[in-house]
Write a protein that binds this ligand. Structure first.
Ligand SMILES: [Zn+2]
Ligand SMILES: [Zn+2]
Length: 388
């Protein structure tokens, strides 16, 4: 069965009113997320990565008591029988050279997530909040999650300059002292870029939204073939299996990501030129935010892209809000005509789109599918822009 999974979604606030991810929307509650996934996004597997927060654990227990959530035999929980909730936690851990990075931990059961919450809670200042720093080693947390709890553990948004394992800690994952079945690519990279790093040959790539609001859920997601939509089969797909596989990654054209190119903080602009550019070419100030592309090219040392045979296609999906000329009214017309964003982005033919929004916008939506639009690339925390 083919299904779609977004495994990195934040909670804004618990139903008690306690904040979980302060910068995220209040509408990101368990019910809000699961409803959005089912009704509007067409996502069948939702990974919520703030489940180690005790107020969130309490919400999950309440939903279990009300039978809105029901544990699945293979791990994970089903929400109203139609969407699978995978319990996750994002944690910040220090690398070997002073930088730190975010990691994603997923557990099969609520009991295991409670154990993880207690385990991390002793070394995190405020376990109620999202993505907090734990004073533990990467190896220690990896061993606990994978061996003690039977869970999964791997780097989040691996290339981003602030909290990515490659972006902020190391040039090789070997230096982290643990091995990982997968990495999350993050919005500013794709599998063409990541497959320039040879050590990732046997690592699976995941593309997730890191959503901080309901509309941003599924701006990146994974197409999976799973025998059953539960934790055990998801884990098989992520570890590499014949019957349960990652069919495709869907995500932003990386040029639109917020950290794609190096950004000079003094000149206040994205650098231009052949990567890698690691210092500003027009001033000598030196304060830059290293771009994901520039970082990967540096690590790859001239290596070109080599996709291993298991690597699925990476399909560009440019959110409609990025397309010049698509405002709220145009979006409503498109949704009325085609039903879902997925249908507009990937399904509708150019002629069908043109009948609703004219040939210029239709042409841009179709060109977005192949990455052939002209863009001002993103960097330094600012998204890229499609040229109008
Ligand atoms: Zn993160
Ligand atoms: Zn400069």
């Amino acid at each position: 069965m083919t299904m779609f999974a977004d495994l990195h979604i934040h909670i804004g606030r618990a139903s008690s009113g306690e904040p979980v991810k302060i910068t995220a929307s209040d509408k990101l509650t368990i019910q809000g997320i699961m409803g959005e996934c089912h009704q509007r996004k067409g996502i069948q597997i939702a990974g919520i990565i703030d489940c180690a927060s005790p107020p969130v654990l309490k919400d999950i227990k309440n939903l279990l008591e009300q039978d809105q959530l029901v544990p699945l035999a293979g791990g994970g929980l089903t929400y109203k029988g139609d969407t699978t909730l995978i319990l996750g936690a994002e944690v910040e851990l220090a690398g070997p050279h002073g930088g730190s990075a975010h990691f994603l931990a997923y557990t099969p059961t609520l009991g295991a997530m409670e154990e993880l919450s207690s385990f991390l809670g002793t070394e995190i200042t405020n376990i109620c909040l999202s993505s907090q720093r734990a004073r533990m080693s990467i190896l220690e947390v990896n061993e606990f999650v994978t061996r003690e709890l039977g869970g999964m553990f791997f780097p989040a948004h691996a290339f981003t300059p602030f909290k990515g394992a490659y972006g902020n800690c190391v040039a090789s994952l070997d230096e982290l002292g643990a091995s990982f079945p997968a990495i999350e690519l993050g919005l500013s990279s794709d599998s063409d870029l990541a497959d320039r790093i040879l050590e990732l040959e046997n690592v699976r790539f995941l593309s997730n939204s890191d959503a901080h609001s309901l509309p941003k859920i599924a701006r990146e997601y994974n197409a999976l073939r799973l025998q059953t939509p539960d934790f055990a089969h998801l884990k098989k797909a992520i570890h590499g299996d014949d019957a349960n596989i990652i069919l495709a990654n869907y995500g932003l054209d990386p040029r639109l990501g917020k950290y794609h190119r190096t950004y000079c903080l003094k000149c206040d602009q994205v650098v231009v030129g052949k990567p890698p550019i690691v210092t500003c070419p027009t001033c000598s100030d030196g304060r830059v935010v290293l771009g994901v592309l520039d970082g990967i090219v540096t690590i790859a040392k001239g290596q070109e892209t080599i996709h291993p045979s298991h690597r699925p296609p990476y399909i560009y999906q440019i959110p409609l809000e990025f397309i010049p000329g698509v405002g709220p009214k145009t979006l409503t017309r498109l949704l009325d005509a085609f039903g879902t964003e997925m249908q507009i982005l990937h399904g509708a033919a150019k002629e069908e789109l043109a009948e609703v929004v004219g040939s210029s916008i239709a042409g841009k939506i179709v060109a977005a599918r192949t990455g052939s639009l002209a863009m001002d690339v993103g960097g330094g925390g600012r998204y890229g822009r499609i040229q109008s």
